[in-house]
Design a protein around this ligand. Structure first.
Ligand SMILES: Nc1ncnc2c1ncn2[C@@H]1O[C@H](COP(=O)(O)OP(=O)(O)OP(=O)(O)O)[C@@H](O)[C@H]1O
Length: 259
């Protein structure tokens, strides 16, 4: 179980931008931009949580805080009762994080990239080969496994980045907009891959703008607006809140109510 409470992160604004930004966003205060002000949610083993919110709401910042790429100014993140903020090294071992900029080494092939990151996590050759074969099957990567990363299409690169993210079988998986830029077939493969984590009883958190992905995959939803949790609950609770079966109506209702 991963539990997040009262998460906050502010960024120092460059002095020339501070004044201009002030007029535009309620999160600006005295040269600081409070990107994440009070975010909380939980995700249990076997659950998929969808992180939603308008552009700039604070989703990526929240996920970067969870992955320990950023240090929060306030709040707590625990996994099975263990304080991940107190032990970032442990957090990195336990968490697989796909960011928008998850890099691949252009001169290495898709397979070499995944193997390289597996080795960084201390995986031994036989185990690593088995895991790579498994990921190639699950993500249907056989066609381009031996192609250099700098020659891959967007969708191929994304599959490769995801395989890299989960090669070490993390106990928590966090994916920032994993289906962005993917065609229908590649997105389907990826959504099936995400769904497979339910059976593995690994909590999986992913951000998205696509409500049909939430409908198809998520047990739980967290909607962030202006850096705060505006809704946290099950997909059914979100529907009931909107007074309609339509998730789009419910989402818009939550944002308008907060905005
Ligand atoms: N390093 C930074 N310095 C200043 N402001 C930042 C920094 N990083 C993020 N922000 C601001 O914090 C806010 C939240 O950004 P974030 O990337 O978390 O949004 P998001 O919900 O992921 O948006 P999107 O849906 O567009 O990807 C934005 O207004 C962004 O400009």
């Amino acid at each position: 179980m991963i539990e997040v409470q009262g998460l906050a992160k502010r960024f120092r604004l460059p002095s020339r931008g501070a004044k201009a930004a002030k007029a535009r966003d309620p999160r600006d205060h005295d040269g600081w931009f409070h990107a994440v002000r009070d975010v909380g949610f939980s995700c249990a083993p076997g659950e998929v949580l969808g992180l939603l919110g308008p552009n700039g709401a604070g989703k990526t910042t929240t996920l970067r805080l969870l992955s320990t790429a950023l240090k929060p100014d306030a709040g707590s993140i625990t996994a099975n009762g263990v304080d991940l903020l107190a032990d970032p090294l442990l957090a990195r071992q336990q968490i697989g994080f796909l960011s928008g900029s998850t890099g691949l080494y252009g001169r290495l092939t898709a397979r070499e990239n995944i193997e390289y990151f597996g080795r960084l996590h201390g995986m031994r050759p036989p185990e690593l080969k088995r895991r790579c074969d498994e990921l190639f099957e699950l993500l249907q990567m056989h066609e381009f496994g031996n192609k250099r990363a700098d020659q891959l299409s967007t969708g191929m690169r994304q599959k490769c980045a995801i395989a890299r993210t989960v090669v070490h079988q993390p106990r928590i998986v966090i994916l920032d907009e994993p289906t962005t830029g993917l065609d229908v077939m590649a997105a389907k493969i990826l959504l099936d891959f995400i769904a497979s984590y339910k059976a593995l009883r690994v909590p999986l958190i992913f951000s998205t703008h696509h409500l049909h992905e939430v409908e198809k995959l998520c047990d739980r939803v967290c909607i962030i607006n202006h850096g705060k949790t505006a809704f946290h609950g099950t997909v059914d609770q979100l529907r009931q809140l909107g007074g309609s079966a339509d998730l789009y109506d419910a989402f818009v209702g939550v944002i308008n109510q907060e905005g």
